[in-house]
Design a protein around this ligand. Sequence first.
Ligand code: Z5A
Length: 215
Amino acid sequence: MNQQMGKFITLEGNEGSGKSSNISYIQSYLQNIGIDLVVSREPGGTALAENIRELLLHKHQEPMHPMTELLLVFAARAQHFNQLILPSLERGAWVLCDRFTDATYAYQGGGRELPEQYIAELETLVQKEVRPDYVLLMDVDVATGLQRIAERSEKDRFEDQEVAFFERVRACYLARAKVDKQRYFIVDTNQPLEQAQKQIEQYLQKILLESGIDG
Ligand code: Z5A
C-alpha cells in the first residue's frame, strides 16, 4: 500500500508581518496533537541551500541581476525540495515551511517585476506537480511592517528596497490569496499577536478537519 503524502503548509508574508513570531506557535500546536512535523525555511533548509541563502541575502559590491536572483532562489529550492521536502511528504510527515514559491511570485515577480511565466515554468521544472496544500499568509500594512523591522541593526539585501517594492510584494501576495480561497488563509497581523494567533488557530482547526484529524 502506498504511504499517504503528508500535508505541506507554508507561511508567507511581507516584511515584519510576523512569520517568525508565529511559526513556533504553529509548530507547537501541530506537534501537541501528535503530528510528525518537519519545520524548515526558504531560501535554505539544507546545508547547501543555506549557502545559497547567504549569497541571496548578503549585499555584494556587484549588483545582483534579477534573473540571477530568480535562478539562485530556484537552485536553493531544487536542493531543499529534493533533499528534504519531498522525502518528508512521501514518508507521510507534514512539512511547515517559512516561505516557499509564493515568495518568488511576490518578490521576484511582484517586487522585481520579472514575468510571472518565468516563475511558473521554473516552479513546474523543480516541483513537478507538488504545491503547498495550505498557505498561511501573514498580512500587515507595509508601513507598519517596515516600522516593526526598523529596529534591526543590519538590513539584508531585500530589506533595503524602496517602499514601492514592498507594496508590490504585498499586492501580489493578496492577489494570489484572493483567487484561491481554498488553499490561502489570510491572517491579519496588524492586530496584536494574541488576536492573530486566535485567527491562526481557527485556520489550523479547519486544516485538521479537512485532513481528517481530530484536533
Ligand atoms: N525571498 C525571495 O525574494 N524569494 C523567495 O522565493 C524566497 C525568499 C523564499 C528572507 O526571508 C528574504 O528572502 C525575504 C524574501 C526573500 N526578504 N526579506 N527581507 P526571511 O523570511 O528570512 O526574512 P523576513 O521576511 O525578513 O522575515 P523575518 O525577518 O523573519 O520577519 P517576519 O517573520 O515577517 O517578522 P517577525 O520577525 O516575526 O516580526 C517582526 C517584529 O514585529 C518583531 O519585533 C515582532 O515582535 C513584531 N511583531 C510580529 N507580529 C506582531 C504583531 N501582531 N503585533 C505587534 N508586533 C508584532
